[in-house]
Design a protein around this ligand. Sequence first.
Ligand code: TA6
Length: 290
Amino acid sequence: MTDDSLQKFTIPGHLTLNSTESGQTKATVQTEWSHAEIHLHGAHVTSFQKNGEAPLLFLSKLSQFTPGKAIRGGVPIIFPWFGGREGYQAHGFARTAEWTLEETAKNADGSISLRFLLPEDLAPCRVEYLVTVGKALTLELVTTNSTQEAFAYEDCLHTYFHVGSIHDVTVHGLQGTTYIDQLDGNARKAQQQENIIFSREEDRIYLNTPSVLEIRDVGLQRKILLETSGSRSAVVWNPWIEKSARMADFGDEEYLEMVCVESGNVADNRIQLPPGGTATLKLTLKTLIL
Ligand code: TA6
């Protein structure tokens, strides 16, 4: 989308659209409570920060903003498959696609919404993404099966959270659920402890999860609430030392300042959408001072 065609979406004092130095188009949103940035590349939220608080999202200093490459950090949209697939890019094509901006609005409560559309030639269904920036950050991925066949897919909002130090972070709300341990031959294990701590690489797909999860960050003296609907899985990941060193677009020490707690429908929780059916994956992120 050219700069000129985008200017009709600007909202004076709240929403501007500009080209970045890497030639991508970025929306910058300012509300009375917060600031956010969203790239049309991948419809990728790269930043959300409440006034007076530390950034909510982690963005790697080595992230590459290039065609065909996913931005490292923020909230990559994982669709229509999670993980690797022989002969295709990992985590599907949505996060590297050039989404179109369809609509923007200032809402009655003062929040700002942007609606993006995945190019329809990429997927056998219509995929829209609604980003609402205000006191909280709300993300809604809406998939509509416009075909005559059932459509099976996985989706996930692969959120990278900025934290003070991974050593002082715990994740809560998953006790009693089952997870697939991607680092132990995809063994299925029970989450017995009330909280998840980090002292090595962790890469877990939790199944049939509750609608609210919590990240407690003692370092930044805050907790982050993940309130979801239409999400039955959660993925918890920190690359730790060795994997961090293997990722070219991720600093060797950056594992210390991030954690992924991702919300979606993965593995056993994949979605089977009937013809004409619609499914919405919704995630609202809030911060509270500890
Ligand atoms: O969400 C966890 C995970 O599946 C990890 O296995 C790791 O690969 C991460 O996603 C990032 O994947 P990416 O393709 O963005 O490097």
